[in-house]
Design a protein around this ligand. Structure first.
Ligand code: HEC
Length: 338
């Protein structure tokens, strides 16, 4: 009798266990996914080679200054308007001086063989930039904006790598990035391999070129919540950026009255190159010190595209104290006016 009851109990427990496991599996599938346990998606490395040409070298420099490699991989003098680079640190990496979940170190991407990228293959470079897998196979912390860079065309990627190989090697030993638990597992969801070709925009189409450039260069202007862009706020500003440059919230770039509808092409080009909108000074986290290197035609294309995007009413004013904004769900200057 007792034996029978025990057997029944064991069976009930067995089925409960199965139900629990199935629920857990469904739970994991629909929440954090399996990547934190099984590792990121990654493709094997290839032996592709980017032929250095004078044209690529020149274009690669433009791509690097557009996409802000220096913003995170070079040390800056943040106290000066335009945050000039500290001599001898160009692209040599640093421990990022901002609050982050762990010790996040941007890599030395100069061609130094011992402490930089001198020993990496072209595809190790390419896979890190667009697909988020470091040269050593680990998941890169997604502050390195590989989810944006995945839109970079194959030709621009090749040009960028050719350019990076041409910069001055800097010997700069750095500590390893150490991401805190549980973030270090959750980020394994971020890398996404690229298997097919990534074409650039048609060169004759100014708006399409502008869209392409804005996507690569203006990521900070779309606010996000828990790592996801907030729907309906594309380029409407609101990312709160805090660090040695002070506190600034990215501006609304849409053609709304609360955005930049009052700009002309000339105002735009002056603002992104000099950090002045009329007499108003922009915070140096806006990389005008780098954008000043961009050719007129690229900036004109960006401006032309920005005129075509949907206007979003979102008031952001860095001269006012931070208050709660219900549009981007955080505190920023002028937030209570939304
Ligand atoms: C917003 C900051 C930011 C920007 C902009 C940025 N990076 Fe990074 N990058 C990082 C950080 C942080 C890491 C290190 C991540 C880690 O250690 O997990 C990194 C890592 C890398 C790596 C991986 C190196 C390795 O160890 O394998 C490469 C390559 C790289 N960046 C190249 C670039 C290039 C090229 C650009 C410009 C197109 C760029 N980054 C722009 C922050 C940035």
């Amino acid at each position: 009798m007792r034996f029978l009851i025990l057997k029944k109990l064991a069976r009930i427990l067995f089925y409960c266990g199965i139900i629990l496991l199935i629920s857990l599996a469904i739970g994991i599938t629909f929440t954090i996914g399996w990547r934190p346990f099984v590792g990121p998606k990654k493709r094997p490395l290839t032996d592709r080679h980017f032929e250095p040409t004078a044209e690529r070298l020149q274009r690669g420099r433009v791509v690097a200054f557009l996409t802000g490699c220096h913003t995170c991989h070079t040390s800056h003098d943040w106290l000066q308007h335009g945050a000039p680079f500290i001599a001898g640190t160009e692209l040599a990496g640093l421990e990022l001086p901002i609050p982050l979940p762990g010790r996040i170190v941007s890599s030395n991407i100069t061609p130094d063989p011992a402490t930089g990228a001198g020993g990496w293959t072209d595809d190790q470079f390419a896979r890190a930039i667009r697909e988020g897998i470091g040269h050593d196979g680990r998941t890169l912390f997604p502050m390195m904006p590989y989810d944006e860079f995945r839109n970079m065309s194959d030709e621009d990627l090749a040009a960028l790598v050719v350019y990076l190989r041409s910069v001055k090697p800097v010997r700069n030993p750095l500590p390893q990035t150490r991401v805190d638990f549980p973030v270090k597992y959750l980020i394994r969801n971020a890398p996404e391999p690229i298997y097919g070709p990534v074409p650039g925009p048609p060169p004759q189409n100014q708006i399409a070129r502008g869209k392409y450039l804005v996507r690569l260069g203006c990521g900070c202007h779309t606010p996000s919540d828990k790592g996801q862009p907030i729907p309906g706020t594309m380029l409407a500003g609101g990312a709160v950026l805090k660090g040695p440059w002070g506190l600034a919230t990215s501006a609304n770039l849409t053609p709304d009255a609360s955005g930049i509808s009052y700009y002309t092409e000339a105002t735009f080009i002056t603002a992104v190159r000099t950090g002045y909108v009329g007499a108003r000074k922009l915070n140096s986290i806006m990389p005008f010190g780098e954008f000043k290197e961009l050719p007129d035609e690229e900036l004109k294309a960006m401006y032309a595209y920005l005129r075509t995007i949907p206007p979003v009413r979102h008031h952001v004013d860095n001269s006012q104290p931070p208050t709660y904004c219900k549009i981007c769900r955080q505190n920023h200057g002028g937030g209570d006016q939304n």
